[in-house]
Write a new protein. Structure first.
Length: 65
């Protein structure tokens, strides 16, 4: 990671008292984030995708949701 690399973060979504501040957690360095995007784009371009409907059906069958 270079000294001018950006860090990508997300705020945790747990329920906390109203006076508490959101917690921030580092997810990816910029290079890692870009690499994950490239992998996703390549998978999509190569047809390596599964519809959300199929995933939801598998989850429902497995966990009885």
């Amino acid at each position: 990671m270079t000294s001018d690399s950006k860090m990508y973060v997300r705020a945790e979504t747990e329920i906390d008292p109203p006076d508490s501040k959101p917690r921030i957690r580092e997810l990816f360095a910029e290079e890692d984030f870009n690499s994950e995007l490239e992998k996703g784009i390549n998978d999509f371009s190569n047809g390596n995708v599964i519809s959300a409907k199929i995933i939801a059906e598998k989850i429902n069958r497995k966990y009885g949701v």
